[in-house]
Design a protein around this ligand. Structure first.
Ligand code: PBG
Length: 346
């Protein structure tokens, strides 16, 4: 065999065996593949997002998220024990509050006996080792479905931060291990850190949704909490004045670095699969754990395709989770946490 490169003639047969490289040696069988696998998944890589509702013995499946339920606190606590037994060590908590508790100030968000605060207390009492990370943002409490207070036709940054501090401190008082601001206000991580410290909660951590994109992948989540921005002329019809433009990459690094500087213990990139380039770049830029939110729409897509028999559910699920980890995630917030943990424990 003779190859002509840059006018130099090499005779491969004389000089080398052909082919020069046999990458397939390391793929010969599953044992060898397992020896050289670069990334692994375990149940403790997952955080499970949970939707809490008022009432007792209440359990309603979310139409666009088969297998995911809105549950009252008593049934949520039951599920917490299941999750812990599977090896899952963290949950993200979201609440669906009734319409009459919503306003434009977020008042209910720091009610010491609110749904979120009661849920945190109940979970920590039942399973102290489960790490509880309540969501910090005003959307479930907002008559407008926005993450903050609306003033003059937009979400007002600094007034919203004041509200978020009260909210986060009330979560810490209820026993939260971390607070997870998902609101994308500027400067909120610093404000939360100062507020938590001033209230004596030095050990309560902050997992910041740092690079959170304005994404259509959140649709099913907004169904679950009935929290979509309302359609009214005096307010923004989407969240693009605070969540990031999905065309942007450098901005994600900027946001993550700011949050680390302001005191975030972990940063998050959200959504997951379509944003793995961002995950890797943020991972390379920061010195704190990077978490990824594999969001509701990503879950719904897999469920829908699997229901039609178009994709292999379990294989796609594990491939996506592994690829998120490979991209640089230390933790993955995913609605698949339970199903994936069951598979991994087999
Ligand atoms: C609200 C919040 C959202 C999600 C997490 N926290 C929705 C939004 O920003 O509109 C989305 C999560 C998902 O889609 O799974 N602050």
């Amino acid at each position: 065999l003779t190859v002509q490169t840059n006018k130099l003639k090499f005779n491969f047969k004389q000089k080398y065996m052909f082919p020069l490289h046999r990458g397939r040696r390391l793929r010969t069988n599953e044992s060898i593949r397992s020896l050289v696998r670069e990334t692994s998944l375990s149940p403790s890589d997952f955080m499970f997002p949970m939707f809490i509702a008022e009432g007792e013995n209440y359990n309603v499946e979310i139409a666009s998220m088969p297998g995911i339920f809105r549950r009252s606190i008593d049934l949520t606590v039951k599920e917490i024990h299941e999750l812990f037994a599977l090896g899952i060590r963290a949950v993200n908590i979201y609440v669906k509050v009734s319409e009459n508790l919503k306003d434009n100030t977020g008042l209910e968000a720091w009610n010491p006996n609110g749904l979120m605060q009661n849920a945190i207390r109940a979970i920590k009492a039942a399973c102290p080792e489960m790490i509880v990370m309540p969501d910090v943002a005003l959307d479930p409490y907002s008559i407008y479905g926005h993450d903050g207070i609306i003033t003059n036709g937009d979400v007002e940054n600094d007034a919203t931060n004041d509200a978020l501090v009260k909210m986060a401190v009330s979560h810490a008082q209820a026993g939260a291990d971390f607070v997870a601001p998902s609101d994308m206000m500027d400067g909120r991580v610093l404000r939360l850190r100062e507020g938590l410290d001033a209230a004596g909660f030095h050990n309560v951590g902050i997992m910041s949704y740092s690079a959170k994109y304005a994404s259509a992948f959140y649709g099913p989540f907004r169904d679950a909490l009935d929290s979509a921005p309302v359609d009214a002329t005096e307010i923004p019809k989407d969240k693009k004045t605070y969540q990031m433009d999905y065309a942007n990459r450098i901005e994600a690094i900027k946001e993550a670095l700011w949050d680390v500087e302001e005191g975030a213990d972990m940063v998050m990139v959200k959504p997951g699969i379509a944003y793995l380039d961002i995950v890797r770049e943020v991972k390379n830029a920061v010195n704190v754990p990077v978490t990824v939110y594999h969001v509701s729409g990503e879950y719904a897509m897999i469920k829908a395709a699997a229901e039609r028999g178009w994709l292999d559910h379990d294989k796609i699920m594990m491939e996506q989770l592994m690829c998120i980890k490979r991209a640089g995630a230390s933790l993955i917030s995913t609605y698949f946490a339970k199903e994936a943990a069951i598979l991994l424990n087999k």
